[in-house]
Design a protein around this ligand. Structure first.
Ligand code: HAM
Length: 428
């Protein structure tokens, strides 16, 4: 038997209803905050990720699904392609490629879709997982550097969590400074690591040389006491970065969004500058990050584009669903208003015609089959969560009026075709 590949899964009803619910709420919230949708390709040139997410990150170093695409002509080299492990790089590439900055306005873009990372699968961690994310990016003249944008994105996320109905999450906030601060901090880390790095894991030994910041991502338990003693990024922020961070916090305080400052949170991607954040949730187990994001002021330039500071986030849709399931019992099974039961040979066509008319007027319904006995139709109607059964038999078709039975009360009446929609809608 062929099975779904390790780390991938089928999302079946009723769980799929929770995915749909989060997606719907997210779209509503995005529209309230004036975001519009962008859809970027699921695979991109591998260099896009190595140059943005960073060579030394776990994502690029270990987790990408990469392949060589055949050269089309002998003169051409094969192109290295990668299934996107995240969507920020794709959005910034599209921003540059389509010169979206030329409009002089902020681009507020959201996306919903699958991402791919070859991680060890466990609860809340998959190789194909789903993200809902958004990016605010634009030329500095459009206000893209303003701490007001950081605070607005974070406040929007608090609103989204409320709307979806996830309680009990914690917001962790930090600032990782700008490129200058990072260079100074990396030096300090290198110096602090020098005498102790020999006792650390091989990844840390390499990273201490190439990209010391990434030592902070290490999950090896034996390395943690060493990491805990390393210098903190907050001591290396310059004045403008400090002020920027103070303003983000001031606005969050004013709008009543609670946060904890976590000076160890550098996030696992290299493009971040200044504000970084994560929302965590206790119901998730080891993979506790519900969502993460931050500012990436130099990313566009690193990819060969114009200066275009930005901030964004991505939430793990799979993890939102787990959090929802840990708080509420289960998804409400979506139900239809009515079930149309064709009764007797030759009634399928008349039933299909009635179904088409009612659905066109916004009535959700399910349709049986003329081979069903009435009892079977009623059972199917109950499984579909229908409130009414509409019987379509020869007599009904002749009279152009249908027997409508209320499943709960058992009450049955005859309703003329023209009055059907009203009669069904009158019963919420
Ligand atoms: P990230 O922290 O790598 O950030 O991923 C964001 C969220 O995606 C995580 O908090 C988690 O909920 C979910 N996630 C990540 N990996 C997996 C996995 N293997 N299985 C299930 N869920 C997962 C980014 O991706 C950035 N692009 C976010 C961003 C946007 N920063 C700025 N703009």
């Amino acid at each position: 038997m062929i099975k779904a590949v390790r780390g991938t899964r089928d999302i079946l009803p009723p769980d799929s209803a929770l995915f749909e619910l989060v997606e719907e709420r997210a779209r509503e919230v995005f529209h309230l905050y004036n975001f519009q949708e962008i859809r970027t390709p699921i695979f991109e040139d591998t260099q896009l990720f190595s140059r943005s997410v960073g060579e030394e990150t776990d994502i690029v170093g270990k987790e990408m699904f990469t392949w060589e695409d055949k050269a089309r002509a002998q003169s051409e080299k094969a192109q290295s392609l990668t299934l996107r492990p995240e969507n920020t790089a794709g959005v910034v590439r599209a921003y540059i490629e389509h010169k979206l900055g030329d409009k002089g306005q902020l681009q507020k873009l959201y996306y919903i879709g699958p991402q791919f990372r070859r991680e060890r699968p466990q609860k809340g961690r998959y190789r194909q997982f789903y993200q809902i994310g958004a990016e605010v990016i634009g030329p500095p003249s459009a206000g893209s550097e303003s701490p007001a944008r950081d605070a607005e994105v974070i406040e929007m996320l608090a609103a989204l969590l409320d709307r979806v109905g996830i309680k009990g999450s914690t917001l962790q906030l930090n600032s990782v400074g700008c490129a200058n601060d990072r260079a100074k901090y990396n030096e300090a880390l290198r110096a602090a690591l020098k005498p102790v790095v020999g006792q650390m894991c091989v990844d840390c030994q390499r990273r201490a040389e190439t990209n010391p910041l990434r030592v902070l991502d290490c999950k090896v338990p034996e390395d943690q006491p060493i990491i805990a003693k390393l210098p903190k990024i907050s001591d290396y922020l310059d004045e403008p970065c400090r002020e920027h961070f103070a303003e983000v916090k001031k606005i969050l305080d004013a709008v009543g969004v609670k946060y904890e400052v976590n000076e160890r949170m550098v996030r696992g991607l290299d493009y971040y500058t200044r504000t970084t954040f994560e929302f965590t949730h206790g119901g998730l187990g080891a993979q506790s990050a519900l969502l993460g994001g931050g500012r990436y002021d130099g990313l566009s330039e690193a990819l060969g584009g114009p200066k275009a500071p930005g901030i964004g986030f991505a939430l793990g849709l799979d993890r939102f669903v787990i959090a929802l399931q840990s708080e509420t019992q289960s998804a409400q099974t979506p139900s239809v208003k009515a079930f149309i039961a064709p009764l007797g040979d030759g009634m399928n066509a008349a039933a299909a015609k009635l179904a088409r008319e009612l659905r066109a007027q916004g009535v959700a319904l399910d349709l049986g089959d003329e081979s069903f006995r009435l009892k079977k139709s009623f059972e199917a109607a109950e499984r579909a969560g229908a409130q009414f059964v509409i019987i379509v038999g020869e007599n009904e078709v002749k009279a152009d009026a249908f027997a409508v039975k209320d499943i709960k009360s058992g009450e049955q009446r005859t309703v003329a075709r023209a009055e059907l929609v009203q009669a069904l809608k009158a019963n919420p």
